[in-house]
Design a binder for this molecule. Structure first.
Ligand code: TMP
Ligand code: ASP
Length: 254
């Protein structure tokens, strides 16, 4: 791990001071948690895979005009990012019913939703990230109405693009969580995509078999967690094609 000054440590990542002002180093750990920290585990090689997968997805999103915090990958577990003021909202976009949504609405997992549904959760561990409405977000000043407009339209663009990208590699994007922050640059502020996009924060099902290729394998003790993350990386063309059961774990290209 880096010897730089630690700024913040989360459940799956650590942020360090960056090499120049306005930058941070984002380090990906192998630790996994679920159900608001009630379940803990280590998925060997996860950090390396998520660093690569998130790099790939953020770069592809940037190519289609989505502003992101990603600058470049530094090494196996670290990437350089722009320093943002994080907006304390988790944005969840759902295409197919799964997870907490099936419980809330008594719906069978796998039911296609009439359209993509966007939800907001207030990032607060003590309160276990409660779901909130747009009214809460603007009334409590977590984001301005203009910022919330930007968050919604960016989220739908991210969903459209990622849905197509994953379909192209035989994967259904069921739902995912993203975060945003404010980038202060040249006397301007804009909303940009932050955090990570990886099998930790997405539900990804094989198109043909509906096999789960994401963190639900950890949440539900299904086994083959690292192999599922590796399979996503392999399909995205990030890993050497060694197959999902390579005993050495993650065989990343440099
Ligand atoms: P949920 O069905 O548990 O509400 O999760 C919806 C999506 O958001 C799913 O793809 C997993 C992701 N997610 C996170 O990335 N972090 C979280 O803390 C939670 C609750 C969900
Ligand atoms: N990341 C969250 C936690 O640590 C929940 C989840 O992803 O299921 O509890």
């Amino acid at each position: 791990m880096s010897r730089r000054r630690k700024i913040y440590e989360g459940k799956a990542k650590v942020l360090f001071e960056g090499p120049e002002p306005g930058t941070l180093v984002q380090y990906f750990k192998d630790d996994a948690t679920a159900f608001n920290n009630k379940k803990h585990g280590v998925i060997t090689g996860k950090g390396v895979l998520n660093n690569r997968i998130s790099e790939y997805l953020m770069m592809r999103l940037a190519e289609v005009g989505i502003p992101t915090h990603f600058v470049r990958r530094l090494n196996m577990r670290e990437q350089l990012i722009k320093e943002l003021e994080i907006i304390p909202i988790e944005v969840v976009i759902r295409n197919i019913a799964a997870g907490s949504f099936t419980k809330r609405f008594g719906m069978a997992e796998g039911t296609a939703l009439p359209r993509s549904i966007v939800e907001y959760y207030y990032k607060n561990d003590e309160l276990e990230d409660p779901m909130v409405s747009e009214e809460h977000v603007t009334a409590f000043g977590w984001a301005t109405p203009q910022e919330l407009d930007d968050i919604l339209s960016l989220s739908l663009r991210v969903n459209d693009f990622l849905t197509g990208l994953f379909l192209g590699v035989g994967v259904r994007l069921i739902d995912f969580k993203i975060e945003f922050g404010r980038l202060y640059q040249d006397d301007q502020v804009r909303v940009v995509l932050a955090d990570e996009i990886s099998p930790d924060s997405c539900r990804l099902w094989d198109l043909k078999t509906n096999d789960k290729l994401d963190k639900d394998r950890f949440r539900r003790d299904l086994g083959g967690v690292a192999e599922a993350y590796q399979e996503i990386a392999r399909r995205l063309g990030i890993l050497l094609d060694t197959g999902p059961t390579d005993p050495k774990g993650s065989t990343t290209l440099q």
